[in-house]
Each structure stands twice: as C-alpha cells, then as structure tokens.
Design a protein around this ligand. Structure first.
Ligand code: ZN
Length: 242
C-alpha cells in the first residue's frame, strides 16, 4: 500500500501492573512504548489490551487494522478462542501480524504456524547479538550488521516453527545458544513477521535499533492491496460451445 499502515498494538498488560521492575521500565505499558515510535514515524496507531472487552479486538477494531502487533506472555490461555479465530480470519484475509518475543507461544501465532512453537529459554541478563543474515530484506533497512543488547532473556534453538519463508536475523547469546530471531511467513493473503527481542524486565523496546526493526516489520507486513480471490464454482468467462 502506498499510505502508511493503520496499526493496532496489542499487549497483555499484566506484568506492568504486577511487577514494579517492569512498571519502572514501561510505566505506560509495553503497548505505549511500542506505539510511540510508530506514531513518531507518522503511523496511525491504536492500542488494545487483554482486560478490555473482547481484549480490545472487536470486529470493528480489526476491520480498521492493517497490521496487528502482538505482545503476550503469562496469560496466553486467557485470550478467548473466539477472538483468536477472528484475528486468524483477518490474517488470512490480508491483515499483517508482527509477533514479538513471548508471542511465540500465543494462541494466534501457534494457530498460524501449526507447530508447537516451543524453544529453550533462560533469564540471566546475558548479552545478545542479533546478526543481519539477509541484508536485502526490507525489514533490515537502516540497521547495522549487528545489534547488541547488553541484557536479554536467552531464547535458543530448536525453535519449533515451520521453516520460515525468510530468515533475516540470527541471535547469538553469551551462554552459547543461537536462535532464529527474525522470520517471516505468508498465510493466505496475510504476512507474518516474528521478532524475538523484548523480555519485559529489560528496556529492549526503548532501544532505537529495535524500534527501527519493529517499524520496518510493520511496514513490511502491511496488506499489498491485492484483490480478494474468487473461489468456488464458476461460470465460464468465454463461451464453451463446440
Ligand atoms: Zn521473556
């Protein structure tokens, strides 16, 4: 699309209200920290959280969303299946999805992947180096060849995802593990990006290069504006007489 995508940032918004460490890093919530740089770039951004009616993801809200950004962690199970099905339908119809960090275990990401989506993890404040392995990929625009995060949670392989259509970031962790940290898939008319960084007890979403990464992913995931394909039984387009 030529105009900027309309974005909804969805956040579970539980850690910030229960853990003073997280509240100190994200006083307005992770959703506002994610929304601010997107707004600064000129995008139209709404937010939605788990405890709103229908988790803030009404049919009307989704109809006005070109790209949905998802952050969830400890309450994946509280997301209503009906809402997950609604988001799933919108993705197949062309809405982009940017799944962040622990969204690897969200119902919507697992439904779209069709695999277990499990991984190794360790919370030890170790260094992460994210290497750009596809410098032609538009999501890497404006990034250095490597992003260093001084403290992050470790996610390690094997990450139980279907082989990504595109892999553009690989992480190294101080403890020795590696991880496919920037991946894309297509499902129906929808584009899905997974970006690993963003554990709630570290200030990852205040990091300028991570903000660029998320902005790029949102723009990449936007619908391309193709017509909705016609399916089912069809009348012939030309006379079939012999
Ligand atoms: Zn985490």
């Amino acid at each position: 699309m030529t105009r900027e995508p309309r974005v909804t940032v969805w956040n579970e918004y539980r850690h910030e209200q229960a853990n003073p460490v997280v509240a100190g890093i994200y006083p307005e919530g992770i959703h506002e920290a994610l929304a601010a740089p997107l707004r600064a770039a000129g995008l139209d951004v709404a937010t939605a959280t788990l405890d709103e009616p229908e988790h803030g993801l009404t049919a009307a809200r989704l109809a006005e969303t070109d790209v949905l950004v998802w952050w969830g962690h400890k309450a994946h199970g509280e997301v209503a299946d009906e809402v997950v099905a609604r988001v799933h339908d919108r993705v197949l119809g062309g809405m982009g999805l940017v799944a962040l960090h622990s969204a690897h275990f969200s119902k919507i990401f697992k439904a779209l992947m069709g695999t277990g989506c499990d991984l190794k993890w360790r919370e030890a404040g170790e260094r992460e180096r994210l290497w750009v392995v596809d410098p032609a990929h538009p999501i890497t625009a404006g990034l250095p060849e490597m992003i260093t995060l001084d403290q992050e949670e470790m996610y390690g392989e094997h990450f139980d995802i279907p082989p990504p259509d595109e892999l553009f970031l690989v992480s190294w962790f101080q403890g020795g593990e590696v991880f496919r940290s920037g991946c894309t898939w297509r499902r129906g008319q929808g584009r899905i990006a997974y970006l690993r960084p963003g554990h709630e007890t570290y200030p990852t979403y205040h990091h300028g290069e991570i903000q660029t990464l998320i902005l790029n992913a949102v723009r990449w995931a936007a619908p391309v504006g193709a017509a909705k394909p016609t399916r089912g039984n069809q009348a012939p387009l030309e006379p079939l007489g012999n």
